[in-house]
Design a protein around this ligand. Structure first.
Ligand SMILES: Cc1ncc(COP(=O)(O)O)c(C=O)c1O
Length: 384
């Protein structure tokens, strides 16, 4: 069995260095750098059932390596922080909400967050938990915080790309005795470190830019507070929302290129956003990295990189559909963060409060000039 101890990366190393080395065990002669996936439902366990690796729903060495890696990226150099990986982003999200809240508690959720949150809301309410909602922009959550046990922030929000002030909300929430969880999916740990900004949990879908190839579903929770994280771990155990070892290994392998992908995709996202902004029609383009964007000021205070998602609005549904058809390099598909660009008319799902012509585009790792040319040519073709 591989040794899951890490080399303990110095927090002063650069993001690329840390991404490439995150979570690697001590070198062992004749062992691979990143040990392969361990497929095990159970482990040899004579005598008392103690130690890390007892049963496959509780622990797996491949998860341990990945958890250490994500922890080193989310909270470099911070002691007392734990990371747990899950089968999906929603499994991670649910693990925090359902392990921390009890009947009679109140929770604040974004009204403009990921479109599965209303389903979560209905389930929380069915368990007797009061759910309050507020939009992400303008720190509107402050108005509904009194008496809440947990504040759930999604910043930047998906798909509207609004941003709230994490430090300010954390300090107000903590002053009122509420815990704070931040959905860090869109930013990735290289774009934003919620724990450094004071949050108690950073929660994310690893399905997106973290793994970046559109072939893995994964989620994680990084949190401080032994008691809170023990409850999250217990939730994972009783619900069994665990990732397969192959998925966990693929995710760890993908972390080695996270820095390269994020740098490339985010720079290209800015180039696409600028081209959309300069297009003669007003498209209401949103990108937190675009100077002048309503999110830009706060984003530049708390984000280290601005993500690979750009949104904009075409005048009608028909125009948006023609635009998507005319794209050559951008697949019409949901999700985001992958190396291959995707875009979709978000209104087709019915779950987001967006206009019919609203497009969410995820910028991939293609050459930026090719992508910009493709987007401009599809805008032109769809106008006719
Ligand atoms: C912001 C955000 N959080 C959570 C999720 C859920 O992640 P998963 O699909 O991995 O369950 C998504 C999925 O799109 C998302 O966009």
């Amino acid at each position: 069995m591989s040794d899951a101890r890490t080399q303990g990366l110095p927090s002063g190393d650069g993001d690329g260095t840390r991404a490439v080395r995150a979570g690697l065990p001590e070198p062992v002669k004749y062992e691979p750098t990143l040990p392969g996936p361990v497929f095990a439902a159970h482990y040899h366990l004579p005598g008392e059932p103690t130690g890390s690796y007892t049963y496959g729903r509780d622990e797996n060495p491949t998860w341990s390596h990945l958890e250490r890696a994500i922890g080193e990226l989310e909270a470099p150099g911070e002691d007392g922080v734990e990371t747990l990986v899950f089968a999906s982003g929603m499994a991670a999200t649910s693990s925090v909400l359902f392990s921390q809240l009890r009947a009679g508690d109140a929770v604040v959720l974004p009204s403009d967050g990921y479109q599965a949150l209303p389903l979560v809301r209905a389930q929380l309410e069915a368990y007797g938990i009061e759910v309050r909602t507020a939009p992400t922009g303008g720190d509107a959550q402050l108005g509904v915080l009194d008496g809440a046990k947990l504040l759930w922030i999604e910043t930047p929000s998906n798909p509207g790309l609004d941003v709230c002030d994490i430090r300010r909300l954390v300090s107000e929430a903590h002053a009122r005795g509420a815990l704070v969880a931040v959905d860090n999916t869109l930013a990735t740990p290289l774009g934003q470190r919620p724990l450094e900004l004071g949050a108690d949990f950073s929660v994310a879908s690893g399905t997106k830019q973290l793994t970046g190839h559109g072939d893995v579903l994964l989620g994680y929770v990084t949190g401080r507070g032994a008691e809170a994280m023990a409850a999250v771990r217990r939730w994972r155990k009783i619900v069994g929302a665990i990732p397969g070892p192959m998925e966990a290994w693929l995710a760890h392998r993908s972390l080695a290129t996270l820095h390269l992908r994020v740098e490339r995709q985010n720079a290209s996202a800015l180039a696409v956003a600028e081209a959309l902004r300069d297009w003669p029609e007003e498209l209401g383009v949103r990108y937190p990295g675009l100077p002048g964007d309503p999110s830009h000021t706060i984003a530049s205070q708390q984000m280290r990189r601005y993500g690979c998602v750009v949104s904009f609005t075409l005048p009608t549904r028909a125009r948006a559909e023609r635009f998507l058809d005319a794209l050559r390099l951008v697949d019409d598909a949901t999700s985001f963060g992958g190396v291959r660009s995707t875009a979709e008319r978000r209104g087709r799902w019915g779950g987001d409060a967006v206009p019919e012509g609203f497009i969410r585009m995820s910028v991939g790792a293609e050459d930026p000039e090719d992508l910009v040319a493709d987007v401009l040519s599809a805008l032109d073709a769809s106008a006719k």
